[in-house]
Design a protein around this ligand. Structure first.
Ligand code: URA
Length: 433
């Protein structure tokens, strides 16, 4: 069948067969299907969805589009962690050195910014000299030297995902369950760590906004991992506001450093601790003593020390003074007093992209200095004129007034104190009742 027919079938809500899915995935990895047809199929999938068979076929084909590194054969104890995407989601930058501080190896194939969310690789590249491109022996060398490897997808790992990820980023087709499952799990299984902890974000700053959507995604991701023999848990966590105080690249590295030094954002610290604890439990450790050890590593300087070793072994300079600073800072103030009742996380993420923290089109250069910092959290009392957020302006030329209005519009202030969502909703089972 011609690929146009396959697109039309999905457009009309029909189920795609394994050959059509293989044609789509091969077309993405070999360039045999033009980008406009790939984009049309992505949109059709995004709108019409895929059932469990199609999602499994998609993931399998995306995985088979490249090599498998089978990391667990060499480093069976290595743990991987992945987020489904949010804003102020600085967790990986804290998680990796924190686990290394406890002697727990971490191997991650991280991503770049996607849609309104910022990516771990872009953040790490804000560190002068930090190298994210490593091959398999390089990654194994990193694990041996410092117990942490955070690397970019290579040419040979899930090449279909690299093409589709970049296309989804600029075509409004990110928030689709089968596309997220195929994207995340093809990379995770290609890397092949034996243990995986998933942070499934839920709320206004996530790709899956409702608890039902997030639980569905958590269940689907975990099922694919477990059926491939990976020890996996998925925690659904709150993303109704930026997790940490910074949305961007250099600013998120600074936010991570504060947490690694024992202070910083309480929410970022807590979610990182919960995910790290979950990963250690999957590795067979006791929950309570894991928690105690993790907290101690943040508070006694050992996590920060592990950060320095991690950055240096990836070729970077760990000195925080080396991080690029914004040229200008625009304050966004509250127009009235009251309680912070709602934050549109996605709107803040998009503002961060516009100012330079993300890509507006495929090869758009990132400005590591740019971003948005948020000072307030849901439920907090705010005064009229109080700073809600700061826009960190770098090199891009902007309509500053429009951007300030956009950021201000992401905050809703009300007279009544709102209910504040919990930081962690739990595993899909915890949500059953
Ligand atoms: N992370 C990924 O790697 N892919 C997605 O689709 C979403 C988050």
């Amino acid at each position: 069948v011609s690929f146009v027919e396959a697109i039309a079938r999905k457009r009309d809500g029909k189920k795609l067969g394994p050959e059509e899915i293989a044609q789509f995935v091969n077309g993405a990895s070999h360039g045999s299907v033009p980008p406009e047809q790939l984009a049309a199929m992505l949109m059709a999938i995004c709108i019409r969805g895929m059932d469990a068979d199609e999602t499994a076929d998609l993931t399998r084909e995306m995985l088979a589009s490249g090599d498998a590194w089978r990391l667990s054969e060499e480093v069976p104890e290595a743990v991987d962690k992945h987020s489904t995407g949010g804003v102020g989601d600085t967790v990986s930058l804290v998680f990796a050195p924190l686990m290394a501080a406890l002697g727990q190896p971490v191997a991650m194939m991280a991503g770049r910014g996607l849609g309104h969310s910022q990516g771990t690789l872009d953040k790490l590249e804000a560190i002068p000299g930090f190298r994210v491109h490593w091959d398999r022996p390089g990654m194994l060398g990193l694990l041996e030297r410092c117990g942490v490897a955070v690397v970019a997808q290579t040419e040979d790992i899930a090449p279909a995902d690299r093409t589709l990820y970049a296309l989804r980023d600029v075509t409004g087709t990110v928030p689709s369950l089968p596309l997220i499952v195929g994207s995340i799990m093809s990379k995770k299984l290609a890397l092949g760590a034996g243990t995986l902890v998933l942070d499934v974000k839920c709320g206004s700053g996530a790709f899956r906004k409702t608890l039902r959507e997030a639980a569905e995604l958590a269940t689907a991701l975990r099922a694919v991992a477990r059926s491939a023999g990976v020890a996996c848990e998925a925690l659904i966590t709150e993303m109704d506001q930026p997790l940490g105080p910074a949305l961007g690249n250099a600013c998120e590295v600074r936010a991570a450093l504060e947490v690694l030094a024992g202070g910083g954002s309480k929410a970022l610290r807590e979610i990182t601790l919960r995910l790290a604890e979950e990963a250690l439990v999957l590795r067979g450790r006791d929950r309570q003593s894991s928690r105690t050890d993790l907290v101690a590593a943040l508070d006694d300087g050992s996590a920060l020390q592990a950060w320095c070793t991690f950055v240096e072994s990836h070729g970077g300079d760990p000195g925080p003074e080396m991080l690029v600073q914004p040229g200008r800072v625009l304050e966004v103030a509250a127009e009235c007093g009251g309680f912070l009742a709602r934050v549109d996380g996605e709107a803040l993420g998009r503002a961060a992209v516009v100012v330079g923290a993300g890509r507006r089109w495929r090869d758009d250069p990132i400005d590591h200095a740019a971003g948005v910092e948020v000072d307030v959290r849901l439920g907090q009392a705010v005064r009229r004129g109080q700073t809600l957020a700061r826009i960190l302006v770098g090199r891009r030329s902007l309509d500053e007034e429009k951007l300030k209005a956009r950021v201000a519009g992401a905050f809703s202030i009300r007279d009544e104190q709102p209910d504040v969502p919990p930081l962690v909703y739990g595993t899909p089972e915890d949500l059953v009742d």
